[in-house]
Design a protein around this ligand. Structure first.
Ligand code: NAP
Length: 236
C-alpha cells in the first residue's frame, strides 16, 4: 500500500471533483473535499461514507476562505501532499450560445478568469508552505483542450483564455519550483459527462478523472511542467 497522502480537491461537491475524491478515498488517501457551499460539500462528503474524507468550505475566489483552510490544514494535518485545482466555470455560453470573442461579455470573461486562473494561483500560493514540508508534492491543474494554443478554435472566449492562462501558470510554477520535490502539471480530461460537459459527452466520470488521479498518486508520473491527456503529454 502506498503511503497515505493528504490531498485537497477544489470544486469537489459534484462532477469530476467529487469523483476524484471518491477514487482517492478508495485508494486510502486522506482527502479534503472543497466546496464553496459548505452544506453541498458536507452532503457530497457524506455520500462517500468514509472517515478519510473531510468537507471544507472553499470558494477559490475568496482570500479569507483560502487562508482559513490553509490554517486548518496546518493545524489538522501539518502538511499537504497534493493539490488538485479542479473548480471551474464556463459561463460564456450560459444562454445556450457560444459567443464570439468579438461580442464578448467582459464581466463574464473577468469572472471566469477569477475562478479558473486566479483562484488556482491564490490557492497554490497559500498551500505552498504546507507542500514544502513534503518530498513529493504534486499540483494538478484541471485545464481543457479549449485552452490549447496548438489547437485553438473560436468562441467561448472567457473559458478559452482562462484555461490557456492556467496552462501558462502551470509552466511558471514548474519553472520556479524544484522538480525533484514538486511536480506541477495540467490535465485535459477530455469531454466528460458532468453538469458542465452535458449528457452527450463521450467520457464517463471515471475516464475523465483517470489522468488526474494518475498524476496525483502514481510513482510512474515523474514529469513536471506538462499538459497531459490519457496519461500522455500533449502539445500546449
Ligand atoms: N466536463 C468536461 O467535459 C470538461 C472538459 C474539460 C475540462 N473540464 C474542467 O474540469 C473541471 C471540473 O469540471 P466538471 O465538468 O466536473 O464541472 P461541474 O460539474 O460544473 O463542476 C464544477 C465544480 O466547480 C465548482 N466551482 C465553481 N466555482 C467555484 C468557486 N468559485 N469556488 C469553488 N468551487 C467552484 C462548482 O461548485 P458549485 O456546485 O458550488 O457551483 C462545482 O463543484 C473544471 O475545471 C472544468 O473546466 C471539464
Amino acid at each position: 500500500m502506498q503511503k497515505q497522502k493528504v490531498i485537497l480537491v477544489t470544486g469537489a461537491n459534484r462532477g469530476m471533483g467529487l469523483e476524484t475524491c471518491r477514487e482517492l478515498v478508495a485508494m486510502g488517501h486522506r482527502v479534503l473535499l472543497g466546496g464553496r457551499d459548505r452544506d453541498a460539500a458536507t452532503r457530497a462528503a457524506q455520500s462517500l461514507a468514509s472517515d478519510l474524507v473531510e468537507a471544507v468550505r472553499l470558494d477559490v475566489t475568496s482570500p479569507s476562505d483560502i487562508d482559513a483552510l490553509a490554517r486548518h490544514i496546518d493545524q489538522q494535518y501539518g502538511r499537504l501532499d497534493v493539490l488538485v485545482n479542479n473548480a471551474g466555470i464556463m459561463i460564456d455560453g450560459d444562454d445556450g450560445h457560444s459567443p464570439s470573442i468579438c461580442a464578448a461579455d467582459i464581466d463574464a470573461v473577468e469572472r471566469t478568469l477569477r475562478v479558473n486562473t486566479l483562484g488556482p494561483m491564490m490557492v497554490i500560493n497559500a498551500m505552498l508552505p504546507l507542500m514544502q514540508r513534503v518530498d513529493d508534492a504534486r499540483i494538478i491543474n484541471i485545464s481543457s483542450g479549449m485552452g490549447q494554443l496548438s489547437d485553438m478554435g473560436g468562441n467561448y472566449p472567457g473559458y478559452r483564455l482562462s484555461k490557456t492562462a492556467l496552462n501558462a501558470l502551470t509552466r511558471i510554477y514548474a519553472a520556479e519550483l524544484d522538480p525533484a520535490r514538486f511536480k506541477v502539471n495540467a490535465v485535459c480530461p477530455g469531454w466528460v459527462r458532468t453538469d458542465m460537459g452535458g449528457s452527450n459527452a463521450e467520457l464517463s466520470l471515471e475516464a475523465g478523472v483517470d489522468t488526474a488521479i494518475w498524476l496525483a498518486t502514481s510513482d510512474d508520473a515523474t514529469g513536471s511542467g506538462g499538459l497531459y491527456r490519457k496519461r500522455e503529454p500533449i502539445d500546449w
